[in-house]
Write a protein that binds this ligand. Structure first.
Ligand SMILES: O=C(O)C(=O)C[C@]1(C(=O)O)C=C[C@@H](O)C=C1
Length: 269
C-alpha cells in the first residue's frame, strides 16, 4: 500500500489523519539523516562566514557565505531545475535567484490558500546553532581542519530539507483544521486573535505522542540490532536521543505551529 500523500489528490492531502501519517513517516527520514550526521563532529566553522572565522576561499558569489550556505544554495539550484519548489510541500531556504525548471510544470490542484509563509531561516538557525552543538561531539576545531566537511554538508542539506518539509506541512494541517471548523477560525482570524488560534490548533495529547514515539524510534534506530536482547540496553547509541527529542519539543513542533498560525492569519486575504 502506498501511504505517502499524493499532492495531486485533494481529499488525501487535506485529510488530517493522512497528514499526521505523513508527519510520522518524516520522523524516520529525519532520525536516519541525523544518525548519519552525528557520526561526525560539529565542525562549527562550516556554519560561519569568513568574517566570523569560517572557511575561506569559496568561489564567487559565495565569498562571504558559510560553507553550508554554499552547498545548500547550489543544491537548491539543481533541485529547482527539476521543479522541486513547484510542489506545494517544498520550500527553498534561498528563494532569490532560483532558476526555472527544465521539466514542464505539473498541474497541482490549488489545495492551499495562496500564501508566502516560509520559516526556513528559523529552521536553519535552530539546526545549526542549537541542535548540532548539542547532538554532535565538539571534535577538533583546528583552523585547517576540513576532513569531513563535504560529507557533513551533504547530510546537513538532507536533514534541513526533511525538517523544512515537516514544518511546512503545517500549512496542510492548518487548512484541514480551517475546513473542519471554518466558522470559528474565521472569527478568530478576523479578530487577529493569535492566542485563540494557537489554542484551537494545539493538541497536547498528539504532541506528547509525537515526543514519546520519537524517543522510542531514536533509541531503537540508534542501537545495534545484532546484539543479544539482554545486551541491547548496555550497547552504545548512535544518536543523542535527548537532543533529537528536544529538537522536536523546542523547535520543530513550535515552528510547525507558527507555520499553522501564520498561514491562518492570511487565510482570508
Ligand atoms: O497534528 C496536529 O494537529 C498538528 O498541528 C501538528 C503538531 C506537531 O507539530 O506535531 C502541532 C501542533 C499540535 O499541538 C499537535 C501536533
Amino acid at each position: 500500500m502506498d501511504t505517502a500523500i499524493d499532492m495531486t489528490h485533494p481529499s488525501a492531502a487535506l485529510d488530517l489523519s493522512k497528514i499526521r501519517f505523513q508527519l510520522i513517516r518524516l520522523e524516520d527520514t529525519i532520525i536516519f539523516n541525523i544518525i548519519e550526521r552525528v557520526q561526525f563532529p560539529y565542525n562549527s566553522r562550516m556554519y560561519l562566514n569568513p568574517s566570523e572565522g569560517g572557511l575561506l576561499k569559496l568561489p564567487s558569489p559565495y565569498d562571504d557565505s558559510s560553507f553550508l550556505t554554499y552547498i545548500l544554495r547550489e543544491t537548491e539550484h539543481i533541485h529547482a531545475r527539476v521543479r522541486r519548489y513547484h510542489a506545494p510541500d517544498e520550500y527553498p531556504f534561498f528563494q532569490e535567484g532560483l532558476p526555472e525548471p527544465i521539466l514542464p510544470p505539473l498541474k497541482y490542484p490549488q489545495l492551499l490558500h495562496p500564501n508566502t509563509v516560509n520559516i526556513n531561516p528559523s529552521i536553519l538557525e535552530a539546526y545549526t546553532k542549537y541542535f548540532l552543538p548539542n547532538a554532535c561531539s565538539a571534535g577538533q576545531e583546528r583552523p585547517d581542519a576540513h576532513e569531513n566537511y563535504g560529507s557533513c554538508a551533504v547530510v546537513d542539506v538532507a536533514c534541513l530539507q526533511a525538517l523544512s518539509r515537516r514544518v511546512h506541512f503545517g500549512k496542510f494541517v492548518a487548512e484541514a483544521k480551517f475546513l473542519r471548523d471554518t466558522e470559528k477560525f474565521t472569527r478568530l482570524i478576523r479578530e487577529r486573535d493569535v492566542e485563540g488560534i494557537e489554542g484551537e490548533i494545539t493538541d497536547e495529547k498528539v504532541e506528547l505522542q509525537v515526543l514519546e514515539r520519537l524517543r522510542k524510534k531514536a533509541t531503537s534506530y540508534g542501537r545495534d540490532p545484532s546484539l543479544p536482547e539482554d545486551q541491547q540496553e548496555q550497547g552504545p547509541l548512535k544518536v543523542n536521543v535527548d537532543a533529537v527529542v528536544n529538537l522536536y519539543k523546542d523547535w520543530i513542533i513550535p515552528l510547525t505551529k507558527k507555520v499553522e498560525i501564520d498561514y491562518l492569519l492570511t487565510r482570508l486575504d
